[in-house]
Design a protein around this ligand. Structure first.
Ligand code: NAG
Ligand code: NAG
Ligand code: NAG
Ligand code: NAG
Length: 524
């Protein structure tokens, strides 16, 4: 506990120092140069990591592409959701966002300049199939061909994810989207089209990004599209998250099966899934709180990883959720179990968690099934659980701009080590990691992102420790290359290594981009 406090203090000091430095630099130096000042690498370099370790950045189609309703793209459930007044900060949309659809060369060039090896992008299903199935939009296919070919031309390896929150709206309207079993075949068909069309060049596939967020935020609290929950206009938080998760797992497995049977032996690629994983630390050492922390890990990452590794949901889910938890048939277990060549872990933060058993007033839902309360303000966004913010008056870490994002580097070590120990040390990517600043910082302030540099230095140091201790992690992806459309927060949150002036769409690499350059191209 002692050194945890010390680490938090150092980060707080770094935040304060960063603010001071930004103030001094605001006058004078040109912004393009401003971010360049080399920051201490913390002794990190490629040589800190195993041979072949991949450094990249990650983004998703809806957040960066723009051209949301142009060049033949059909709407996704997010295009419908952002139109609901009040859902997104300042009623923002991603109709333009950072316009990577036109600026992909510039963006890939910046990645190359900063020394990155790979780009984890996502394919917009409704840009390929505007109504989810059937007719192909060849302009959309041509865009991904241009992007992939340009990456390969200049030496950036494509990591393609097939789904990042953006279900074709047509499937939502036609049959309730992810709630309908028909989605499994529709997704498998779309996935196969992508393997067939891009798989000669794309060797790293992911089926879904954060299926837990899709099921929980879309169907338990309704914060994300399609905005369903017990208290929403429509939905059922006690059943729908589990049905949706089940269909997502089956969709993933069906796509993986097609890839393995029909494409993998020729294309020689690999396929996996991307899972978000908050580290849950028991608030106290009591058995009740420690059990609550374990349940939280089960309901979070175990919900998806347990079936994929072991062929069934975690026991704690089976015991608590009972008949509301869908079952896999024997054939489905065959298809789901072992359906990954690698797993991506998206890791940003950690929370204290304590035991909270249901009572007469508890409304049945995915989040109340945890029988746990978060000791953090994450609950204001995610789960109506109620709790304290801190342990003995000390927060688990300093907070970034997003209310869910506490800076807790040791949580990354524990999360990666947990996957190693609990799930047989699968081949892992640390597939997202990063922190955000407020949207309204100026360019001059934004490029002096001292706190972000400290964040990356501390988290990547912990990743190195986990790998040194045996975790089979083969790559790291920062979220994100560019400031972009941050879902509910719209443009009031900046996660980029590169500042984007949203008025001009001009890109300005931040100090953190140059920090990565020094780490991945450095000689130490
Ligand atoms: C969002 O749109 C609604 C409806 O048009 C409006 O009442 C509200 O003020 C808008 N919010 C912002 C921040 O512009
Ligand atoms: C829990 O127990 C461990 C080992 O005895 C100790 O290091 C730690 O400080 C305890 N944590 C709390 C919150 O009491
Ligand atoms: C009952 O449980 C809910 C969460 O399910 C919690 O918010 C509430 O505080 C609890 N009430 C009492 C009286 O413990
Ligand atoms: C930035 O926006 C926040 C609210 O999101 C506000 O509290 C703060 O004062 C703003 N800062 C500037 C410099 O405008």
């Amino acid at each position: 506990m002692g050194h945890r406090l010390a680490a938090a203090t150092v980060l707080l000091l770094a935040l304060v120092a960063g603010a001071a430095a930004a103030g001094e630099q605001a006058v004078g130096a040109g912004v393009e140069e401003a971010g360049k000042s080399a920051a201490w690498t913390g002794g990190l370099s490629r040589r800190s990591f195993p041979a072949g370790f991949v450094f990249g950045t990650a983004a998703s189609a809806y957040q960066v592409e723009g051209m949301a309703l142009k060049d033949g793209r059909g709407p996704s459930i997010w295009d419908a959701f952002v139109k609901i007044p009040g859902e997104i900060a300042n009623n923002a949309t991603a109709d333009v966002t950072v316009d990577e659809y036109h600026r992909y060369k510039e963006d890939v060039d910046i990645m190359k300049r900063m020394g990155f090896d790979a780009y984890r992008f996502s394919i917009s299903w409704s840009r390929i199939f505007p109504t989810g199935t059937g007719k192909v939009n060849w302009k959309g296919v041509a865009y991904y061909n241009r992007l992939i070919n340009y990456m390969l031309k200049i030496g950036i390896t494509p990591y393609a994810n097939l789904y990042h929150y953006d279900l074709p709206e047509a499937l939502e309207v036609q049959y309730g989207g992810l709630l309908n079993r028909k989605i499994v075949e529709a997704f498998a068909d779309y996935a196969e089209f992508c393997f067939k069309t891009f798989g000669d060049r794309v060797k790293n596939w992911m089926t879904f990004n954060e299926p837990r967020v899709v099921a929980a935020l879309g169907y338990d609290d309704g914060a994300f599209a399609p905005g369903r929950c017990t208290k929403c206009k429509a939905g059922n938080s006690a059943t729908e998250p589990y049905i949706v998760a089940h269909h997502l797992i089956l969709s993933h497995a069906a796509a993986a099966q097609i890839y393995r049977h029909k494409y993998q032996h020729v294309q020689k690629g690999r396929i996996g899934i991307l899972l978000d994983f908050v580290w849950y630390e028991g608030l106290t050492n009591s058995t009740a709180d420690q059990d609550a922390a374990q349940r939280s890990r089960d309901f979070h990452v175990g919900w998806f990883l347990h079936p994929i590794i072991y062929g069934e949901y975690p026991k704690s889910l089976q015991v608590i959720v009972k008949e509301r938890l869908p079952r896999f048939t024997a054939d489905e277990i065959q298809m789901v179990k072992g359906s990954i060549d690698y797993v991506g872990i998206n890791q940003y933060t950690a929370y204290y968690v304590r035991d909270q058993q249901p009572n007469a007033t508890t409304i049945p839902s995915y989040s109340s099934d945890w029988h746990a309360a978060f000791a953090s303000s994450f609950l204001t966004f995610f789960a109506p659980l109620g709790a304290a913010d801190e342990r003995n008056g000390v927060p688990i870490g300093p907070r970034a701009n997003s209310d869910w994002l506490y800076i807790v580097p040791w949580g990354l070590y524990k999360a990666v080590t947990y996957v190693k120990e609990k799930y047989g040390n699968p081949t892992m990517l640390l597939s997202e990691n990063g922190m955000d600043d407020p949207g309204n910082v100026t360019v001059a302030q934004g490029v002096h992102d001292t706190a972000r540099v400290a964040y990356y230095r501390s988290y990547i140091t912990k990743l190195k420790e986990a790998i040194d201790d045996g975790a089979n992690c083969v790559g790291y992806f920062a979220w994100s290359m560019l400031d972009n459309f941050e879902w509910k927060l719209g443009y009031t949150s900046r996660f980029g290594l590169v500042y984007v002036d949203f008025a001009t769409l001009r890109r300005y690499p931040k100090a953190s981009a140059y920090w990565f350059r020094d780490v991945v191209t450095g000689k130490n």
